[in-house]
Design a protein around this ligand. Sequence first.
Ligand code: SAM
Length: 248
Amino acid sequence: MYEVRILTIFPEIFDSFLGFGNPARAILARLLNVEPVDLRQFALDRHHSTDDYPYGGGAGMVMKPEPLVRGIKHLRANMFSPRVVLMTPQGRLFKQADAQELAGADSLALVCGRYEGIDERVRSFVDDEISVGDYVLSGGETAAMVVIDAISRLIPGVLGTDSRTDGDSFYDGLLEYPQYTRPREFEGLEVPSVLLEGDHAKIRRWRKQQALARTLARRPELLGRRTLDPSEIELLEEIRSETINGES
Ligand code: SAM
């Protein structure tokens, strides 16, 4: 079972999140266990304070090091070889490859900041620092949810046989091809005919071409990072010449 602990001053935030979708399915199947851990229990004073004024002045409060580090030490002592990750906008940008890598770890402890952030010295006690995007959230809890959700889809056995991750955007370095469901025609917009003809080789080729075209148009830098096989190079050349000839 994949074990996750979340060190937070707002453990209740996770109640609803863990009751839906893949995290809930994984928990129900006993493939995942997620436990929010209340940071306040590691505070040293009778008011259970977890924040204090910043040295040097300035607005807002900073999370104190003692509760956070006591919490991290508690988790290290009570989990099997956890990867301790600090959620921070200053961390490494979280990508699908990181989700895959973290899903392969033994267990995970996510540390959530609040207020103006955490005392800098806490960084010496974590293994990794992750950001979910170049924006500032009010707290690490929503970022932790992003990480847990992405990982839960990758735990073997969580997605049913009718779902898969191997065509997902980013899985193999490309954005996913466009998806359609019924009806065949919606507000004058038709489902591409290739998807209705039942020729699976043709569908595979069309989907790969669409994935390449979409990635080229929206996230060209992803193509630069990926090694293309000869059939993909051929498809990409077709897309480029169609674009030059104004066909798409
Ligand atoms: N003043 C801090 C800074 O500029 O780096 C930001 C503090 S933010 C208001 C409070 C907490 O939210 C952070 O300690 C972190 O745990 C979390 N957080 C905010 N944005 C995040 C992001 N993009 N990714 C991960 N965690 C984030």
